[in-house]
Design a protein around this ligand. Structure first.
Ligand SMILES: [Zn+2]
Length: 110
């Protein structure tokens, strides 16, 4: 019963997980969120200018990065990747988080 030399560390198998964290997450532009948001807003959200609360960048909403591979839609700032908007839909409700936007500047229809 020598014991100690029988002990072997298991192969570390978390390297793939660590590598995966560096893989870019696919995203599309703000138009991808237009369909769902058009059910909530009666405005042209794509053309609206939004100010990022995180970095102060002001861009058209359509230029934002939209991640749909999530439990809902996540819209991130193209400049700092901060979260601008989160939208989760259930069969009966929308859950809308706009806390990443300082404001939206929306053209009035004439
Ligand atoms: Zn930003």
């Amino acid at each position: 019963m020598s014991g100690a030399h029988d002990f072997t560390f298991p192969e570390r198998e978390d390297q793939d997980i660590a590598a995966a964290a560096h893989d870019p997450i696919p995203y599309v532009d703000g138009n991808a969120a237009a369909g769902a948001l058009s059910e909530i807003f009666r405005i042209d959200i794509i053309a609206a200018l939004g100010r990022c609360r995180h970095c102060g960048s002001v861009r058209a909403f359509g230029a934002a990065m939209v991640f749909t591979d999530a439990p809902g839609i996540v819209v991130r700032c193209r400049d700092c990747q901060g979260v601008l908007l989160r939208l989760v839909q259930t069969p009966t409700r929308y859950w809308l988080d706009l806390s990443g936007l300082s404001y939206l500047e929306i053209d009035r229809e004439e």
